[in-house]
Design a protein around this ligand. Structure first.
Ligand code: DC
Length: 220
């Protein structure tokens, strides 16, 4: 369990950037588990699966053909042979992923896949339940958070960079809603593992967070 570093936290806390940088620095594989939930959400959408119908969900998961291919930047996500890396990144797919991630069958399936990937090598595992459930025995756990206002500001900046327009208040409302949904679900809710190191990145940039984590790792 020395080969696994977990990074959990709410959306917009800076997990993805920091996890990617950390994985590159240490030569670990970056495991983007949010991308996996997004891909399953997309699959359900494409197949018209009724999420309330367990048989339909089970059938979809039994045929799930999902591969993550780590690249230099974002992980390439391949669903049934098709590159869906861009399609899964919309705000709408984030909401779909959040809804589907509350289903026990989905969590069970993706937990298995995540553990299989980690069994093949060293990983920086990023998500909501990495330190609490999927890799509860990991030695290095971090919980990365920032104030909702700061997270909304960062998200807005990302959208602007992509040439998309959005209102700050709408983004903030979405963030608050998703935090609420992710942290109040029964199964594997968003919360810090008791042995995780908390980092509030509201006033830190990605490089500062990375340096802090590298420092901590060196001390252990
Ligand atoms: O990190 P993200 O925004 O790509 O994640 C999308 C959704 O997937 C998020 O709202 C909650 C869910 N998720 C989860 O339940 N467990 C994980 N380990 C990762 C993501």
């Amino acid at each position: 369990m020395d080969t696994i570093i977990t990074i959990d936290g709410p959306s917009g806390g800076g997990k993805s950037t920091v996890s990617r940088m950390l994985a590159a620095k240490l030569n670990y594989t970056y495991l983007d588990t949010g991308a996996m939930y997004r891909a399953v959400g997309l699959q359900a959408r494409q197949l018209g699966v009724d999420l309330a119908d367990e048989d339909q969900v089970a059938a979809m998961l039994a045929d799930l053909d999902l591969h993550l291919e780590p690249g230099d930047g974002d992980t390439r996500v391949v669903l049934a042979g098709e590159d869906v890396s861009t399609a899964i990144r919309s705000a709408e797919m984030g909401m779909v992923a959040s809804a589907i991630s509350a289903l026990p069958l989905v969590r069970q399936k993706l937990t298995e896949l995540q553990q299989q990937i980690a069994a093949r090598g060293r990983v920086v595992a990023e998500g909501r339940d990495m330190g609490t459930v999927v890799f509860a025995k990991a030695r290095h756990k971090y919980f990365l958070d920032a104030s909702p206002g700061e997270r909304a500001r960062r998200r807005l900046e990302q959208l602007h960079e992509k040439g998309e327009e959005a209102a700050y208040d709408d983004i903030l409302a979405q963030i608050v809603q998703r935090d609420h949904d992710d942290s109040t679900r029964d199964l594997a809710p968003l919360k810090a593992a008791p042995d995780a190191t908390h980092i509030d990145s509201s006033r830190m940039n990605a490089q500062e967070v990375l340096n802090f984590i590298l420092d901590q790792l060196a001390k252990k």
